[in-house]
Design a protein around this ligand. Structure first.
Ligand SMILES: Cc1cc2nc3c(=O)[nH]c(=O)nc-3n(C[C@H](O)[C@H](O)[C@H](O)COP(=O)(O)O)c2cc1C
Length: 192
């Protein structure tokens, strides 16, 4: 029998991201990050394919990735504003975990389900970080979908994609709560 966990339920009802630009040092140390990655890896995964892995982007790598974002943005013809906005997550970043979707060959498990599992890992990592008392934010940016950035920046193989950058550091100024969906309007009950 499952035991009710009211604290977990309360957390899920109140949780919210903290915008990456509001995060301040310190970021979690490696020994503090491992339990968060462990929690994230405990995510639904049809067929036990483990279609994901982690790349931890530490402070020392941020400038290289910011500069690479600029190089890729120029090659793509992005505007200076788009480039500045995209590189800012690394210019201001303290620590980010790139959750990498790793498609595994399978006759049984469709590729889309492996993508969903990688998304689940992103949310689980975000929630683990928030539950541990860190500020955290799931970002992408156009560079996360750019092959040059993926291969040059993080050494990804062709079968790999960036599911998200989960920025984790200390919470600065808490932003106001954002409007939340009307669950009743989104829900249809089917009873026959
Ligand atoms: C796949 C994905 C990519 C996202 N990328 C960005 C992004 O690049 N920039 C941004 O400002 N927000 C982005 N967001 C939204 C932020 O995570 C946002 O802070 C979040 O929706 C706040 O929701 P919460 O408080 O319910 O966690 C992204 C969200 C998802 C799911």
């Amino acid at each position: 029998m499952s035991l009710k966990n009211q604290a977990a339920l309360d957390f899920l009802h109140a949780r919210r991201s903290r915008p990456a630009k509001t995060l301040v040092a310190p970021a979690p140390r490696r020994d503090e990050l491992i339990p968060l990655l462990t929690a994230a890896a405990r995510s639904p995964d049809h067929g036990k394919l483990e279609p994901w892995r982690f790349i931890v982007i530490e402070q020392g790598a941020m400038k290289r990735l910011a500069d690479l974002t600029e190089t890729c943005g120029k090659a793509l013809g992005k505007s200076p504003e788009d480039i500045a906005r995209a590189r800012s997550q690394f210019d201001m970043g303290h620590l980010a975990v790139a959750v990498i979707e790793v498609q595994k060959p399978s006759d049984k498990i469709p590729a889309i389900e492996q993508t969903y599992s990688a998304g689940a890992v992103c949310l689980a990592l975000l929630n683990a970080a928030l539950a541990a008392g860190w500020g955290a934010n799931w970002l992408s940016g156009w560079q996360s979908h750019d092959r040059s950035f993926c291969t040059q920046g993080l050494g990804l193989a062709d079968s790999e994609k960036i599911a998200g950058f989960i920025h984790i550091a200390t919470e600065g100024n808490a932003p106001p709560e954002r409007p939340r969906p009307d669950v009743t309007a989104l829900t249809r009950w089917v009873s026959e």
